[in-house]
Design a protein around this ligand. Structure first.
Ligand SMILES: NC(=O)c1ccc[n+]([C@@H]2O[C@H](COP(=O)([O-])OP(=O)(O)OC[C@H]3O[C@@H](n4cnc5c(N)ncnc54)[C@H](OP(=O)(O)O)[C@@H]3O)[C@@H](O)[C@H]2O)c1
Length: 314
């Protein structure tokens, strides 16, 4: 299956994923890209969303608009994470159905999976056990989005597909200390420790848990690949298939930022899940693999951070 291109609505184009999608499609003139910021079109509003679809009639949609944040944010704003995401998904998916979108890609997250899922996490482990409680509002909304896509597929024959990306990092990430994910927060902390000649940086936990990190430009390539080569109601994990310990990731980031002080591990703080790794065999069988190794991705992300300190989300 391959698509000739068409009118593609990239939602959330100002975000980490949306910017990477814009970079990816910038070289592909067969796609006419449509975007709207949240200020221009609040996708929680079903009437405004319907009116936009009626006027623009996109052929394809990538749903990368969402209320996204770190553990602290989702823990302290459960209503926003649950309600915003449900409203965005409901409005966009129902408009896509009503206005005959040919294909839609919904982006979920690995936090939909049970906290004790067998590693690497297969897609069919969804709903086989409780998820991490701090992620519940976000995760429950994402599961509702998956079920809605699958429902449209079964009940109305819609080609609405779902991709579940691993932890992402890259240009335009959020480097805010309160709201960022682990990698941008490490980049920022080592960078600032270097600037201020801080003798040591203390990180939470033992550093032994492992995580999987996907460079966001690889995710954008995977989204385009799925849009053109996959139709099915089964969800698809999108990751590298490789894990790295937080300790090793921190050492690599320290080296790339040029910080020469000590890393201390505060083992009185919790470690979280010991492992988090996706089974990406379904995606690999379809014919896609991530291309960017961790060092290269972090080096590019740090360079972007240095070049964009003034405008980055810090
Ligand atoms: N970041 C990760 O590590 C990660 C991992 C797995 C999956 N994902 C998934 O990937 C998708 C994109 O994540 P991201 O990291 O790119 O998030 P992000 O950087 O926070 O960007 C989210 C975008 O959504 C838009 N948005 C939020 N609320 C909106 C609303 N009510 N109406 C219209 N637009 C709205 C924002 O638009 P404005 O900028 O105009 O306000 C923003 O550009 C999400 O579905 C997320 O669950 C992310």
């Amino acid at each position: 299956m391959s698509s000739p291109g068409g009118k593609l609505f990239i939602t959330g184009h100002n975000g980490l994923v949306g910017r990477a999608l814009l970079r990816h499609y910038a070289t592909q003139p067969q796609w006419q890209i449509i975007t709207r910021s949240k200020a221009e079109l609040d996708l929680r509003d079903p009437h405004a969303t319907d009116a936009f679809f009626a006027a623009e009639r996109p052929d394809y949609v990538i749903l990368a608009a969402a209320k996204v944040g770190g553990i602290k944010a989702s823990y302290t704003q459960p209503v926003d994470f649950l309600l915003d995401n449900l409203q965005i998904q409901n409005a966009v998916l129902s408009a896509a159905h009503r206005f005959d979108v040919k294909k839609l890609l919904f982006l979920g997250s690995t936090c939909i999976y049970p906290k004790n899922a067998e590693m690497p996490i297969r897609e069919d482990s969804l709903l086989t056990g409780p998820m991490e409680s701090t992620n519940e509002p976000y995760g429950v909304a994402k599961i509702a989005g998956i079920k809605l896509c699958q429902g449209y597929h079964h009940q109305h024959g819609r080609d609405f597909i779902c991709g579940m990306p691993a932890n992402l990092y890259g240009s335009f990430d959020n480097f805010d200390p309160e709201h960022s994910h682990v990698l941008p927060s490490l980049i920022r902390r080592f960078h600032e420790a270097k600037l201020h000649h801080t003798p040591s940086v203390t990180l939470w936990g033992s550093g032994t848990p492992t995580r999987e990190f996907l460079f966001v430009d690889d995710l954008a390539a995977a989204c385009a690949f799925l849009l053109e080569n996959y139709s099915g109601s089964d969800i698809v994990n999108i990751g590298t298939g490789h894990e790295i310990s937080i300790r090793e990731a921190a050492e690599i980031i320290r080296g790339i930022t040029g910080y020469t002080g000590e890393i201390r591990w505060d083992t009185t703080q919790p470690d979280g899940n010991p492992r988090r790794l996706l089974d990406v065999s379904r995606l690999e069988k379809l014919g896609w693999q991530a291309q960017t190794d961790f060092r290269t991705g972090v080096a590019q992300t740090y360079q972007w951070f240095l070049d964009n300190r003034a405008t980055a989300r810090t």
